[in-house]
Design a binder for this molecule. Structure first.
Ligand SMILES: C[S@@+](CC[C@H](N)C(=O)[O-])C[C@H]1O[C@@H](n2cnc3c(N)ncnc32)[C@H](O)[C@@H]1O
Length: 245
């Protein structure tokens, strides 16, 4: 079960060195898809500034950077003390490895035209919250834009918790809110800093089936089959759409 996993021992430095020291091909594909989805949506609402949330943010800033141009406030939610510590340390001036992710986003005009220094703006509008995505009661529909990357399938081996995590993610979003989510397909779990973390082995068809309960305009794409970041999974799936009304 998710609550039995030693999340406080998740080592963010090791996780970053394996996954985010530079932009790997799969992340470049994900970034291209997500930035186009968000920027196509917000182009229709010039000047609109919303509240964004990245659920299970961990040691990954690029979902937050993908939301930055349209947000007046971004919440980074995570359960792990060490990941929350990493995120808080990034607020003042995030590390240089994230600059390449911002440059990838800037291949879309919606990001290239952003009038602020992203590092400065990140510091102003991002808030980090230690919390459990399964217990966010009382704030349903609070956020207008959301991301959840490598979380629902990567926090336990339980199918029920996989489905529940997706449900909880959507409940935090207002109806109609754009979202992006990423999944490891058929993951056997993963190592971080010498510790094994669990995963629920899920296929694309099931990801789509569960997402369709909560989303409209759903699109899913498999990425990164050619250049894998590790063994023990089939592909990454990036999903996007809007919370069902
Ligand atoms: C595989 S990592 C993904 C991190 C990051 N989103 C990324 O894209 O690399 C899973 C994350 O979920 C967080 N997590 C696990 N259980 C959680 C829960 N119940 N509520 C909130 N976050 C949780 C972990 O601390 C970890 O940061």
């Amino acid at each position: 079960m998710n609550a039995d996993v030693p999340w406080d021992e998740f080592n963010p430095a090791d996780y970053i060195s394996h996954n985010y020291r530079s932009v790997f091909p799969a992340d470049a594909e994900i970034i291209a898809i997500v930035r186009d989805h968000f920027s196509d949506h917000f182009r229709r609402f010039p000047g609109r500034q919303v509240r964004g949330i990245d659920v299970g943010a961990g040691a990954n800033l690029y979902p937050a950077l993908a939301m930055l141009p349209w947000c007046e406030e971004i919440t980074l939610l995570d359960w792990s003390k060490r990941n929350v510590g990493y995120l808080r340390d990034q607020l003042d001036s995030y590390d240089e490895n994230w600059d390449a992710f911002w440059r990838s986003l800037c291949r879309n005009d919606g990001y290239a035209a952003y009038p602020h220094d992203p590092r400065e703006r990140f510091k102003q509008i991002v808030r980090v919250e230690q919390g459990d995505l399964f217990h966010l009661a009382g704030r349903e529909g609070r956020w207008n834009l959301g991301t959840m990357f490598f979380v629902a399938e990567s926090i336990s081996t339980s199918e029920t918790e996989f489905e529940q995590a997706i449900k909880c993610f959507f409940h935090q979003l207002e109806p109609g809110a754009p979202f992006a989510a990423a999944f490891m397909e058929e993951s056997e779990g993963y190592e971080v800093g010498g510790l094994h973390f669990p995963a629920y082995s899920v296929r694309r068809r099931q990801i789509r089936r569960v997402l369709r309960r909560h989303a409209r305009g759903l699109r899913t794409t498999s990425v990164g089959k050619q250049a894998k970041v590790r063994d023990g999974y089939k592909s990454m799936i990036v999903a996007r759409g809007y919370r069902r009304t």
